[in-house]
Design a protein around this ligand. Sequence first.
Ligand SMILES: C[S@@+](CC[C@H](N)C(=O)[O-])C[C@H]1O[C@@H](n2cnc3c(N)ncnc32)[C@H](O)[C@@H]1O
Length: 228
Amino acid sequence: MKIVTTEDGSHSLYSEQFNEHYHSTFGAVQESMHVFIEAGLNKCALPEVNILEAGFGTGLNAFLALQNSIEKGRKVYYYSIELYPLKEEVYRELNYAAAVDFDGAAKYFQALHEAEWDTDVQISPDFTLRKVKSSLTEAALPQVFFDVVFYDAFAPDTQPELWTEEIFAKVYSSMKREAILTTYCVKGIVKRAMRAAGLKVEKLQGPPGKREMIRAVKVGSDKGGLGD
Ligand SMILES: C[S@@+](CC[C@H](N)C(=O)[O-])C[C@H]1O[C@@H](n2cnc3c(N)ncnc32)[C@H](O)[C@@H]1O
């Protein structure tokens, strides 16, 4: 695992195991803000939001969602699945608390990483975190529960098993009606798998350096299952 500095000055990681970067090398914070916060979380108008994340990783998306919750005074329940948690010597070197400066940022970033796994942990008065140490392929998700999904797995060329119709059907059944899923990946097989699982898929402008991204919405009923 190597720390790299992306073009907006924020860090990312390069995984030798997967031969992949955790974020866009054009800017990690910039990408997360664009794809997950602006195109996802900020499009949800509910007073309380349940977020599902695929891949906790560096905790950057959780950190930006926490900042958003504090600044908007909005309650967030953040449920994040991760199979390979980072070691302390890696996450404590990441510069996100300096790159995304808000009151108590460093303390909050540490709290996100130190939070116990597989239990609810109160990070701020309005932000509850549950990190689930499991594979997304194995995890049993709460049904009809999430309002926003941050789909941030490694790319389909590296981990095709995380971009299948079966996986998106499982995610679909965990979403409430009108829930929004965003992801940086716009591959044809991903769009087809999402549509086959029942999601309505649209392409949006991507973050700097990337042409496009995907936002998908659950337009069917609140019931789970394929294509309802
Ligand atoms: C693109 S990275 C993004 C992580 C994170 N959202 C971030 O901002 O750092 C993908 C993450 O998915 C995790 N991952 C890989 N295989 C997984 C699996 N089968 N189930 C859950 N997470 C997985 C990786 O360890 C990595 O942390």
